[in-house]
Design a binder for this molecule. Structure first.
Ligand SMILES: *[C@@H]1O[C@H](CO)[C@@H](O)[C@H](O)[C@H]1NC(C)=O
Ligand SMILES: *[C@@H]1O[C@H](CO)[C@@H](O)[C@H](O)[C@H]1NC(C)=O
Ligand SMILES: *[C@@H]1O[C@H](CO)[C@@H](O)[C@H](O)[C@H]1NC(C)=O
Ligand SMILES: *[C@@H]1O[C@H](CO)[C@@H](O)[C@H](O)[C@H]1NC(C)=O
Ligand SMILES: *[C@@H]1O[C@H](CO)[C@@H](O)[C@H](O)[C@H]1NC(C)=O
Ligand SMILES: CC(=O)N[C@H]1CO[C@H](CO)[C@@H](O)[C@@H]1O
Length: 595
């Protein structure tokens, strides 16, 4: 054969092997390029790098504006979960020492007595963050946060199953189980108390935390059983949690509520819910709505409403048509660093859809219900019903949803700087990087979104076996008896606060629940869902307690100037809780003179 003939034979052969030559999409190219950067940056942020203790996951190397040079239980757990999934999907055994160091140092963190409590009654596990040398953080903070132990339990179970399969039982019994047991016991005991949400701003009950708690105990029970430590309390409380979780679905408004305090809605549309949905994904659970699977009608209705809330919100989203992906922040009217879009929330929206597509393909059909109808109608008018994979409607929808999902990644790609480094946020005005640099969680979210797009889904956690709760929900072993506490509502009006980038109203006061006059620990007043310009916060206080307080306005970033309300006489407001019942304080009105 002549050389040219050999070359063309090789070309022909390689085309046969690869199938017909296809153009690689820009989404694939971006992810392929960014994925190794993400893994490397994650590993760079884990001790002993950066001077952190071995296994400590540093949130970001940023030490000022903002200072994220800490380890958060939540961020660390979600990052480790993504590394364990990668270990399993790619057989990347080089990750094992990092994962095992992480697990070992958690036992130290669990034993630190801190401002959330102590180890003896496990209350200290609710502490949200620690110094990178694995010592206590003593500053003001939104604490406790009850998602951390649950998320860590899930990361540990994922690695525990892998290690058991690969003959590392010794590590599981000696190092992993002691940490996991504490987390499972913590969730079992405390899930039914309030705490701060994943954004560390709102004290109450959140979909994210409750759904993570359910998964942790449900899969924790089976895993513990496989080690001979099965404890029926885990399963009993998993059932109670699942029952309570259903109350976050609002069937009238067709939304998943994000945060609830004292039976009142604090916020509905929130990207934290999407992060909760992808965390709870189980590729074998179909489109189950009890566990809010990514392709469930509830989760798709949430996706639709959440994305729409951001559609005309950021200037970077301008000009997108009504079924194109857009950049997403945490929630609208967020003020933290001006409330820009985040990489991890935009990627979570893509990941939810990749998960959904995976399941539709696996089961060979998709279902449209009256709940998910509006999500599907974005891509052309379709009727409620079940569509088999052979139908043209199915094919049209799957293709459109794939394009739509890629669009979220494309937004992230567009605003990723040339060096591939992901901050926490990108400007809603022009897409430049904002807030903490090299955010570990941003990179973890890129890795998991790519894996979902590639069809490399995490192992099942048994969600298929979850049965829908019936009857009245039972409380947890530790719960608040409502007459022990008084709901105190703070209300303020300001008709000039507009959306993206404006200031927010807070209340601060003399008692710890009101931040002890520290403006950085002030309580954020949330916009009332139905009343324009009215903001409120409801907190719990003991009966017959007197306190002083005052309202402030500020941007939620460290250097922001604080504007104190102009209260007659320059003094403080005063309040006293009654012996029982609730208390609504007089409404404060902010007025702005243009001077
Ligand atoms: C642990 O913390 C709880 C409250 O969170 C407290 O009641 C208990 O006394 C503390 N125990 C120790 C040994 O500090
Ligand atoms: C841990 O780090 C903090 C902050 O850098 C420092 O103040 C403290 O002394 C360190 N503790 C130990 C035991 O190294
Ligand atoms: C089972 O779990 C409960 C709740 O966490 C705990 O109090 C109890 O000690 C556990 N039982 C055993 C045998 O470990
Ligand atoms: C505790 O559980 C009960 C029963 O599901 C529920 O009504 C209540 O809102 C829960 N409270 C918290 C703070 O989780
Ligand atoms: C982009 O917007 C940010 C605010 O989010 C601003 O600080 C920055 O100067 C702008 N940069 C450019 C290049 O316009
Ligand atoms: C070691 C330490 O700082 N412990 C503190 C933990 O928090 C409690 C309050 O809940 C303090 O009293 C301890 O001093």
């Amino acid at each position: 054969m002549k050389a040219a003939a050999i070359v063309s034979a090789i070309v022909l052969l390689s085309q046969l092997v690869q199938g017909s030559p296809q153009t690689v999409s820009s989404t694939s190219k971006y992810l392929k390029n960014e994925d190794p950067i993400a893994v490397q940056r994650i590993l760079d942020n884990i001790g002993p790098n950066l001077g952190a203790k071995a296994g400590i996951v540093v949130a970001s190397p940023s030490t000022e504006d903002p200072n994220y040079f800490y380890t958060w239980t939540r961020d660390g757990a979600l990052t480790m979960k993504s590394l364990v999934e990668r270990l399993i999907a790619e057989n990347d055994v080089s990750l094992i020492p990092t994962i095992e160091n992480y697990i070992k140092v958690q036992l130290t963190l669990q034993h630190i007595d801190n401002l959330s409590g102590n180890f003896s009654d496990l209350s200290g596990l609710g502490e949200p963050k620690f110094m990178v040398n694995a010592t206590e953080f003593t500053g003001d903070w939104g604490r406790p946060q009850r998602d951390g132990p649950a998320l860590r339990a899930t990361a540990l179970v994922a690695y525990g199953k892998y290690a058991q399969k690969h003959n590392n039982k010794k590590f599981v019994t000696e190092s992993l189980w002691p940490v996991l047991k504490n987390d499972l016991d913590y969730v079992t005991k405390y899930w039914n108390l309030t705490g701060f949400d994943l954004w560390e701003e709102t004290s109450g009950s959140s979909f994210f935390t409750i759904s993570a708690s359910h998964r942790a105990l449900f899969e924790g029970f089976s895993f513990a059983s496989s080690l001979g430590h099965g404890n029926s309390s885990y399963l009993t409380q998993a059932k109670n949690i699942l029952c309570y979780l259903q109350s976050f679905w609002d069937s009238d408004a067709n939304v998943i509520n994000a945060d609830i305090a004292n039976g009142k809605l604090l916020r509905d549309l929130d990207s934290g819910t999407t992060v909760g949905i992808i965390h709870g994904f189980d590729s074998e659970a179909g489109c189950d709505s009890t566990t809010f699977q990514p392709c469930s009608d509830r989760a798709l209705a949430h996706h639709y409403a959440l994305v729409n809330s951001f559609r005309n919100y950021y200037p970077v989203n301008n000009g997108k048509s009504s079924n194109e992906a857009v950049a997403l922040g945490r929630y609208i009217h967020d003020v933290y660093y001006n409330g820009n879009p985040w990489y991890l929330t935009t990627l979570a929206a893509a990941e939810q859809l990749y998960d959904a597509i995976y399941v539709w393909k696996k089961q060979g059909r998709l279902e449209i219900t009256t709940i998910s109808e509006s999500f599907f109608n974005q891509f052309g008018s379709v009727s409620v019903g079940t569509y088999k994979s052979s139908s043209s409607t199915y094919k049209k929808i799957v293709s459109a949803v794939s394009t739509y999902a890629d669009g979220f990644v494309d937004m992230v790609a567009k605003y990723t700087p040339a060096d591939g480094r992901l901050h926490e946020q990108f400007s809603g005005w022009n897409g430049t990087s904002v807030s903490a640099k090299d955010l570990t969680w941003s990179y973890a979210s890129l890795m998991t979104a790519k894996a979902a797009r590639d069809g490399k889904v995490p192992d099942s956690w048994g969600a298929k076996k979850v049965s829908a709760p019936k009857g009245k929900c039972s409380p947890g072993p530790v719960h608040v008896v409502s007459n022990d506490i008084i709901s105190v509502k703070f209300v303020a009006t300001d008709s000039e606060l507009t959306g993206f980038g404006s200031t927010s109203i807070y209340v601060v006061g003399s008692i710890p629940e009101l931040g002890s006059w520290s403006t950085s620990a002030a309580i954020l007043l949330q916009g009332e869902p139905d009343t324009y310009g009215v903001y409120s916060a409801t907190i719990k206080l003991p009966p017959s307690t007197s306190f002083e307080y005052k309202y402030i306005e500020k941007l939620n970033c460290p250097q922001a100037a604080v504007e104190w309300e102009d209260y007659p006489g320059g003094g403080n407001r005063e309040g006293t809780t009654p012996k029982s019942g609730s208390l609504t304080l007089p409404t404060a009105t902010f007025e702005h003179s243009d001077s």
